[in-house]
Design a protein around this ligand. Structure first.
Ligand code: GUN
Length: 290
């Protein structure tokens, strides 16, 4: 049986550490680190994710500001909201929940968030800093994936990592982080030819393709570590829907370790949002984010 990497417990530890940092920061500066969350429209999954993020914010002792905006808000009005948060010195982190409703231009909106408050790490300046190994804010899900890997792997140098998925949120940034750790990284996607044969060569498999059941047991070599980023709602046998990942976990007994869905990467994404907000507050007030 492959070891299950308990993302829920590991994320809880990280949040506890962030809470200690929040308390120390408050003592030092008399200021509470503050995260602003912008949620546009009524996407039910986004509402669930934002509720989790706000609950975790409270748990760390940070302050949160919520901006719930109607789905029909126009681009200029949304940009004005972001400008106001950028200009507010009491706000350290800004997150615009994705996806945005049709009619809004996500690239222009993410561009508008001040890079030093961009706790999602989606602004082109932070993407650029990541690509040259700099010290910008890094996207939360990739940071969570690396943290989970570090609980089971000591030395990454020379390991073969295969990433399935080329999104800006996960696939591309996690590939850069693995490269920074001196893995040999292959970035693949749903149209990659001979995908199973490529995945079979990996010591580390990160799957973020949004395809339930994509990675089968026969794709994974014995002793590999599988990080499943997928969150897919599928019909359950009892008529109710359930959440599954992109890998068929029960076929992965021969892997060294796998992340469950739910309870693997998801809680880490939330925890790193708060870790990034803490970093942004330090960058603003201590002059460094370490
Ligand atoms: N939607 C899905 N994942 C994310 C994320 O990491 N950040 C934001 N802002 N929206 C998302």
């Amino acid at each position: 049986m492959a070891r299950l990497i308990d993302g829920k417990a590991i994320a809880a530890d990280l949040l506890d550490r962030v809470a200690v940092d929040v308390a120390a920061f408050r003592t030092r500066h008399g200021i509470v680190p503050t995260l602003a969350v912008v949620l546009v429209g009524d996407d039910p999954a986004s509402h669930v994710y934002v509720a989790r993020k706000l609950a975790a914010t409270r748990r760390t002792g940070m302050t949160s500001i919520e901006r719930r905006l109607p789905a029909d808000i126009d681009q200029a009005a949304l940009l004005a909201q972001i400008d106001a948060l950028n200009a507010d010195a009491a706000v350290h982190g800004i997150l615009v929940q994705l996806p945005l409703p049709a009619g809004l231009d996500p690239a222009a909106i993410l561009d508008r968030v001040a890079p030093d408050k961009d706790v999602d790490g989606f602004h082109p300046v932070n993407v650029g800093r990541l690509s040259i190994g700099g010290s910008g804010l890094v996207p939360c899900t990739p940071l969570g994936c690396i943290h989970l890997l570090e609980t089971v792997i000591d030395d990454f140098r020379g390991l073969k990592a295969v990433v399935i998925g080329k999104s800006n949120i996960v696939g591309k940034p996690v590939s850069l982080l693995l490269l920074e750790k001196e893995c040999t990284v292959t970035v693949t996607h749903i149209n990659t030819r001979n995908l199973p044969a490529i995945v079979c060569t990996a010591d580390i498999v990160i799957v973020a393709a949004g395809r339930p059941g994509l990675v089968r047991g026969g794709w994974v070599r014995p002793g590999a570590v599988v990080i499943d980023v997928g969150i897919n709602r599928v019909p359950g046998i009892d008529g109710r829907s359930r959440i599954v990942g992109d890998a068929v976990t029960h076929e992965l007994d021969h892997a060294a370790a796998v992340t469950p869905v739910p309870g693997g990467v998801g809680p880490m994404t939330v925890a790193y949002l708060l870790a990034n907000t803490m970093r942004a507050a330090r960058m603003a007030h201590d002059g460094n984010g370490t």
